[in-house]
Design a protein around this ligand. Structure first.
Ligand SMILES: C[S@@+](CC[C@H](N)C(=O)[O-])C[C@H]1O[C@@H](n2cnc3c(N)ncnc32)[C@H](O)[C@@H]1O
Length: 292
């Protein structure tokens, strides 16, 4: 386990994932009934962006200036992006930063915790001992969050179905392991068996298109519920950039999530572009049904 998220915190991929995560939370909270938020790969919860430039041995090029750094000075943020930027700024300010996207950055656990209502609950899984220790420290006093040093894929079996019978699951692995895609597919199959209505969001990197197409094919073979795929590319397919973009597959998305998020992703694709040829794509893998 070499992956450490703090090198990447606040980069374009975090921006895309976290903007969409907040929209998913808002969608879940249209209903009064509480839900379980299960973060299978939670990370350390909060990041000091200055640390991103300090590599383990060599200095690194920080990634946040091309992510959150591109947004903080914009005065034309669409509401769904403004909601995210406002939350990130206030998190930074609460920790003594200037709120300018260079200080403290909240990971997915904190973004959700800041929005959780008394009836909502968080289970945060992190396997790396140092990241887990930091996450446990962050949430030691949190009333609604449980931090577990567990394999996030196994947690799907342990925590679903929840008492609330409603869940939002974020699967956000580091993609270090050769079998990561296969593990995701079997965890999704297990989650659907246990709670067919679970909202499940899976983040993936846009690196090798053929491998991704195979992954999407394997997912679709599961007889999925309504499922939306959202992609943001910061460069064209022929770019030499290792990470050309990223995507989120969302099973059982909130009603009209596609219409809500398409303009946000179009806007982000322009704001976060690194090379020509990028863009946004939102497509149904399985169409949502019009309620009768
Ligand atoms: C991409 S980061 C998570 C970022 C976080 N979700 C966010 O948005 O702020 C992935 C994390 O998963 C952890 N990890 C790797 N394998 C894991 C596993 N099998 N179960 C739980 N955590 C794991 C890594 O240590 C790393 O901190």
């Amino acid at each position: 386990m070499n992956y450490r998220h703090h090198f990447h915190a606040g980069n374009f991929a975090d921006v895309m994932k976290h903007v969409l995560l907040l929209r998913l939370i808002a969608g879940m909270q249209r209903k009064e009934k509480g839900f379980l938020y299960l973060d299978t790969h939670a990370g350390r919860g909060a990041y000091v962006l200055a640390a991103a430039a300090r590599g383990d041995s060599l200095a690194r090029q920080p990634e946040h200036p091309l992510g959150i750094g591109r947004l903080v000075s914009r005065s034309d943020l669409p509401p769904g992006v403004a909601d995210y930027v406002t939350l990130v700024r206030s998190f930074d300010q609460q920790r003594g930063g200037r709120g300018d996207g260079t200080g403290h950055y909240p990971g997915s656990p904190w973004l959700v915790q800041l929005r959780a209502r008394p009836q909502d609950r968080l289970v945060l899984c992190e396997l790396h001992p140092e990241e887990h220790a930091e996450l446990a420290r962050e949430f030691a006093l949190g009333p609604r969050a449980q931090v577990v040093a567990a394999d996030g894929y196994a947690a799907v079996r342990a925590y679903l179905p929840p008492l609330e019978r409603r869940a939002l699951v974020l699967i956000d692995p580091p993609f270090e392991a050769q079998d990561e895609f296969a593990r995701i597919v079997s965890a999704v199959a297990e989650a659907l068996r246990r709670l067919p209505g679970a909202v499940i969001a899976i983040w993936y990197p846009l690196t090798e298109r053929a491998r991704l197409d195979a992954f999407i094919g394997e997912l679709c073979a599961l007889a999925l519920p309504p499922t939306l795929e959202l992609e943001l590319a910061v460069a064209g397919p022929g770019s030499a950039l290792k990470l050309k973009g990223c995507g989120l597959v969302v099973l059982n998305p909130p009603w009209k999530f596609d219409a809500e998020t398409s303009p946000l992703l179009e806007w982000l694709a322009a704001a976060l572009a690194q090379e020509p040829g990028g863009g946004a794509r939102v497509r149904w893998l399985v169409e949502e049904k019009v309620p009768s």
